[in-house]
Write a protein that binds this ligand. Structure first.
Ligand SMILES: [Zn+2]
Length: 123
């Protein structure tokens, strides 16, 4: 198995390529196995294709807090709304947030009352 990997690794551009080359089923178990063989035998993978596909690109945005421009991604987890963490943290509460806050405050008030009643009944 190790020799097989050594034989085909030069002609492959990825671990899944090796899996295919060895006529193995391309699944997580086999990919893990090949990766293990590569790691254990310290096989050279420097010729592997670095897969760096990103559908997101850089866009110029304007921070809604301080108004300064900054560059971020047009989407995805790396996309930012504010120029900096401090701007994001100091965001003003929207009406919806306020509503949610007041609701949770009210329900905790109710809970407190209930606890007080329970305590009175226990005495
Ligand atoms: Zn800002």
């Amino acid at each position: 198995m190790v020799d097989n990997v050594k034989n085909v690794i030069k002609g492959c551009l990825s671990i899944s390529g090796i899996v295919r080359e060895l006529n193995l089923t391309e699944n997580g178990t086999n990919i893990k196995k090949i990766r293990e063989i590569i790691n254990v035998n310290k096989l050279d993978t420097s010729h592997f294709k670095r897969v760096k596909k990103s559908k997101y690109y850089d866009v110029d945005k304007k921070c809604p807090k301080c108004g300064s421009g900054f560059v971020t991604k047009n989407g995805g987890s790396k996309s930012k709304k504010f120029c900096s963490r401090s701007c994001a943290n100091s965001k003003e509460w929207s009406d919806e947030d306020k509503k949610k806050k007041s609701i949770s405050a009210k329900s905790s008030e109710k809970l407190e009352k209930l606890i007080r009643i329970i305590n009175i009944l226990r005495k």
